[in-house]
Structures are given as structure tokens and as C-alpha cells.
Write a protein that binds this ligand. Structure first.
Ligand SMILES: C[S@@+](CC[C@H](N)C(=O)[O-])C[C@H]1O[C@@H](n2cnc3c(N)ncnc32)[C@H](O)[C@@H]1O
Length: 307
């Protein structure tokens, strides 16, 4: 099997991993997994990638109005909710184009509340990136204190755009951040949507079976995944834990396959893909974050090759 690995000479900031031959007479030769970080706007860069190329896309776009990444053209800082949904839908239209016909999208997104007419938010002690110099106005039709339902609004927009919406998965976070609210439960989950380009698609069910309750056998994976959040020490923004990414990559791509993350951040998807012997392309707008990802991937080069 010859992997598609496009020539990204212009904005590439990490060298590909060296090729090694892992094949035998029986098995096709699979090139050593490699990862590339492309710095820039995901919509612009995706448009330069060839169609029908990636097995799976695993990604966590910025949440609406939750974090200020402090960079022009960032997604998530739109004043209007519909602009945020439209911008993400446009990015994911390009993702759909570059996915193979049997490809899948694993999309992690959390919800938020209307601002209640506050115009800014202070950072919290643990996470200065939660500070906002602005708060978007309450979207039309909603009231102060309303839960917005961002994940489902996005899921429906993607479904309307042609994606197959195959599953909503609850990422339950046992160690979620406490909230100072007294009139509702503390939010301890986010959504992970499985969307596909076609009705029939690659899904390695066996790779992601889970133990039965008595632990004696295995069963089809369920839709609630209990996974602790894990900070990544170099990144002071929302990273997702490798344990959340592992089943997405295992179910969505074969070994030697090619994975995409158009909102790469600190490169969690890249690092996890390499550990699972998949290649990865990551796109990240913020040069500082792209550098963190490149450093993180470089640090894992030798253990990945030698293990
Ligand atoms: C929630 S973070 C992703 C974190 C990542 N999953 C990780 O584990 O590190 C979203 C990322 O999207 C990036 N981003 C925002 N707008 C973007 C755009 N237009 N193109 C590419 N990346 C963008 C942000 O800079 C941020 O790093």
C-alpha cells in the first residue's frame, strides 16, 4: 500500500519521519508513519489538498465564544452564532472533499451558555485562555442563561450539508472542572460526533470493542466514554486527551492509514496517530501552537520509530 503523502513544501514546519520498510512478501510495504504540521488557516490549506485522500479526520475545533486564542482569522471568535456554524460547516465541507469515500469524521465539540449580557469574561486561575476580551451577544431566539446547544446546531448543519450523522458519543469527564453554579448541574460532558462521507464506510468494530460489565467477554462499544481530561504541560489551551483520540483513530483508519486534524493545537491527534502507526497531517493557525505541536512530535520521533 502506498500512502498518499502530498508535497507540502511551502508551509511545512516539521520534517517527515524517515522512511523505513516494514513489509514482507505477504504484506504490502507500509511506509513508516509520519506527521506534518501545516501552519495557516484550515479552510485555505484544505483547499490545496487533493480529494479522497484521508481515512479519517479527528478534530476539536475552537468552541464558540469560550476561548480567545488571540489571533486574526481564528474560528470561535465570531460575534454571531450562525457565522461560527457557517465557518465550521465550510471547513468541514473541505474536510469531506479530502476524505476518502469510505472516510469518517470524529468531531469533538462542547456547549456553552449565552453571555447574559456580560461583555467580557475574566480568566480563571487554572486557565488564562478562558479570559475573553469580548462576549458575543445572546443569539436571536435565545435568552440570558440559555444553554445554546452548539454541538447539535453544528451536527444538524453538517447533516444538512450532506454528511451522514452516524453517532453522538458522550465524552464523560469524571474530573471535569468545578463550576460556581448553584442552579444547575455542573457540566461534565462534551460531544463527539461520528459523521461519514458515505452510507457505507470504514469502521473497525473489532478494534474498539469494550469489556462487558462482568469483564468476561467483549461487546460492541457503547456511546458513553468515560475519560479524564489531561492537561498538556506546554499548552495553556483546550487539548483533548489521547485516550479520547485512540478509539477514533483505531475505528476510523487502518494501520498505515492517513489521519487529518484541521485544528491541530498542540498536536494530540498527530502524536496519537504516530503511536498507532498512522500518518497524520495537522493544520494550525497559531504559529506558537504549531511550534508546540512540532516540538511534541519531534520529541516522539525516536520512541515511535523504535517501539
Ligand atoms: C480546541 S483547540 C485544538 C486542541 C487540540 N485538539 C489539542 O489537543 O491540542 C482548537 C485549535 O484551533 C486553532 N484554530 C482556530 N482557528 C483556526 C483556523 N481558522 N485554522 C486553523 N486552526 C485554527 C486554534 O488556534 C486552536 O489551536
Amino acid at each position: 500500500m502506498d500512502l498518499f503523502l502530498p508535497d507540502f513544501s511551502s508551509n511545512e514546519i516539521i520534517a517527515p519521519f524517515p522512511d523505513t520498510q516494514g513489509g514482507s512478501k505477504e504484506k504490502p510495504i507500509i511506509r513508516q508513519a509520519e506527521c506534518r504540521v501545516l501552519e495557516g488557516d484550515s479552510l485555505t490549506i484544505l483547499k490545496t489538498l487533493p480529494a479522497d485522500s484521508f481515512h479519517a479526520c479527528v478534530t476539536s475545533p475552537p468552541y464558540w465564544g469560550l476561548r480567545d486564542y488571540g489571533i486574526e482569522h481564528q474560528i470561535g471568535a465570531e460575534m454571531q452564532l450562525q457565522d461560527f456554524i457557517a465557518n465550521l460547516t465550510a471547513v468541514f465541507e473541505e474536510v469531506r472533499r479530502v476524505l476518502r469515500p469510505d472516510g469518517s469524521l470524529w468531531l469533538n465539540i462542547g456547549d456553552s451558555y449565552t453571555s447574559g449580557n456580560r461583555t467580557w469574561r475574566d480568566g480563571d486561575k487554572k486557565n488564562s485562555a478562558r479570559a475573553m476580551s469580548y462576549r458575543p451577544p445572546t443569539p436571536e431566539g435565545l435568552k440570558p442563561k440559555d444553554l445554546i446547544g452548539v454541538p447539535w446546531r453544528l451536527a444538524f448543519a453538517l447533516q444538512a450539508a450532506g454528511w451522514y450523522l452516524r453517532s453522538d458519543i458522550i465524552w464523560y469527564k469524571p474530573n471535569c472542572q468545578p463550576e460556581s453554579v448553584k442552579d444547575r448541574p455542573t457540566q461534565s460532558h462534551e460531544y463527539l460526533f461520528l459523521l461519514t462521507k458515505s452510507q457505507n464506510y470504514y469502521y473497525d468494530q473489532a478494534a474498539v470493542l469494550e469489556p462487558t460489565q462482568d469483564n468476561k467477554t467483549k461487546r460492541n462499544r457503547r456511546t458513553v466514554w468515560s475519560i479524564n481530561t489531561e492537561p498538556y504541560k506546554e499548552a495553556h489551551f483546550a487539548v483533548f486527551p489521547p485516550s479520547l483520540v485512540v478509539p477514533c483513530i483505531q475505528a476510523g483508519s487502518p494501520e498505515g492509514g492517513l489521519v487529518l486534524d484541521p485544528f491541530f493545537g498542540s498536536g494530540t491527534v498527530g502524536e496519537t496517530a504516530l503511536r498507532l502507526n498512522r500518518s497524520c497531517v495537522g493544520i494550525e493557525l497559531n504559529p506558537a501552537y504549531a511550534a508546540i505541536a512540532a516540538k511534541r512530535l519531534a520529541a516522539h520521533r525516536w520512541p515511535t520509530l523504535l517501539s
